[in-house]
Design a protein around this ligand. Structure first.
Ligand code: SF4
Ligand code: SF4
Length: 441
């Protein structure tokens, strides 16, 4: 499937009230409201899940695999994201979680934190070849955001597979050796904290295939896993944990950077902070940094929309768990050929924001766009259903909207008849005509 057209974030039009709450939160301006209903522009959506967070009517949602999907396979492997460990209170040993997953119906469990330690190791090995400041590529929503809004920064991304792909590769190879089964009989499933990671699995943009058969939402797995763990006796718990502080630390913001043992790094989380950092990076204000870790969700993966726990609580729990762990359990041998873990497809800029393929035509459209934007009031009120006046101008120039979508378009702001009535003006705090300009008296 065309990568930009597959999405895990969906819209239930029946539930949408057209309130426009979501349009301004979308980092790629992918949402419009028309005729009291929201629409997602498919090739702009990066599946970050922000619109799910803000929709008060639950009209936006994320799709993931149904648990019954595992019965299609003879041998089933779970790949839990380290954020899963932060969902359980009083957890002192991740083996309870890993054994619980096996009791739920998986034949084996490979921690994504194991993959993370190996990717940290690979990044350290290829560091000299990377363009500084190096940007982490672990958050798939960040990779898509860069591709869509900041294509000039594509060359700064680490061109390595994500920890989940690394874990899947190990899981599949071990399963084939252990069982002798062919690939098609081995089902590998990720337990995901966010829709962006599922989309990256189902429609990868940097790989030919992810090696993963599907993703379960952490919040769907949680209730069954919680009950299963609750019934476990200490004797039943298997020794399955195979990662340490470095790998598990990837669950929250700053964890990946800590694993690289760098001093000059920056870790930002939350979509607005991420955008601010990318803008500064584009303006070459952060060139003194070696490494930049960015996570679209607040707090990192612990803040994904498919988790159940508050990200700060989950982060504190993981920090406590890490006290009982070794620093790291996995690293690549010195002679390892890191190129084996490189992206198999070149990451190219998304065409979603392009006005036209033809440069002359695109320039003419840009000139027209600027003229239209200048004629709009610049209020960015969203009443037209677009997130900003510029977005409406962009829609108009593409033929998707017209100027009369703006209800203020013909308003003359210098017309005395439309200014505040005099009795009302005197009651307005800091009003233009207020005589009292100071706090005194
Ligand atoms: S937030 Fe967006 S999707 Fe939700 S009801 Fe409002 S317009 Fe519809
Ligand atoms: S998932 Fe993110 S990019 Fe897609 S429409 Fe929602 S807010 Fe916009």
């Amino acid at each position: 499937m065309e990568q930009q057209l597959f999405h895990s974030v969906r819209l239930d039009s029946d539930k949408c009230q057209g309130c426009t709450n979501c349009i301004k939160r979308c980092p790629t301006q992918a949402i419009r409201v028309r005729n009291k209903k929201a629409y997602i522009i498919s090739d702009r959506c990066i599946d970050c899940g922000e619109c799910i967070r803000v929709c008060p009517h639950h009209a936006k949602y994320a799709v993931s695999e149904h648990f019954n999907e595992i019965i299609k396979y003879k041998y089933r492997i779970a790949l839990p994201a380290p954020a899963l460990y932060g969902q359980f209170n009083n957890l002192e040993n991740v083996d309870y979680v890993l054994t619980g997953l096996k009791k739920m119906g998986f034949d084996d469990v490979v921690e994504v934190s194991k993959g993370a330690e190996l990717i940290s190791s690979a990044t350290r090995m290829m560091e000299k070849e990377l363009k500084k400041p190096v940007i982490s590529s672990a958050c798939p929503a960040v990779v898509r955001l860069i591709r869509t809004r900041f294509p000039n920064l594509i060359g700064n991304l680490i061109p390595l597979v994500a920890p989940v792909n690394m874990a899947a590769k190990i899981a599949r190879e071990e399963a084939k050796k252990k069982t002798g089964l062919p690939d098609e009989d081995i089902g590998v499933f990720f337990i995901s904290p966010c829709p962006a990671k599922r989309t990256a699995i189902k429609a990868p943009i940097c790989l030919d295939e992810s090696g993963i058969n599907g993703a379960f939402a952490m919040k769907d797995i949680y209730p069954i896993l919680f009950q299963t763990m609750d019934r476990l006796t200490p004797e039943e718990v298997e020794l399955l944990n195979d990662s340490g502080i470095i790998g598990v630390g990837w669950a929250s913001s700053g964890g990946e950077a800590a694993g690289l043992l760098k001093e000059r790094y920056l870790a930002a989380d939350g979509i607005e902070n991420v955008i601010n950092v990318l803008e500064e990076l584009e303006d070459e204000k952060l060139n003194d940094l070696d490494f930049i870790e960015l996570n679209c969700c607040t707090g990192g993966c612990v803040g994904g929309v498919l988790t159940v726990e508050n990200p700060y609580v989950a982060k504190a729990r993981i920090q406590r768990l890490r006290k009982f762990m070794p620093v790291s359990c996995n690293s690549l041998p010195e002679e390892y050929d890191v190129s084996e873990l490189s992206w198999s497809k070149e990451l190219t800029p998304s065409p979603a924001m392009k006005l036209a393929d033809n440069v002359i035509k695109a320039m003419k459209m840009m000139t027209r766009l600027r003229e239209i934007e200048a004629s709009l009031p610049g209020l960015d009120c969203g009443i037209c259903g677009a997130p900003s006046c510029r977005a409406l101008a962009d829609d108009i120039v593409r033929g998707y909207a017209s100027e009369d979508y703006c209800i203020f378009h013909k308003v003359d702001y210098n017309n005395e008849d439309q200014s505040l009535p005099i009795p009302f003006r005197n009651k307005v705090i800091n009003g233009e005509n207020s005589e009292d300009k100071t706090d005194e008296g």
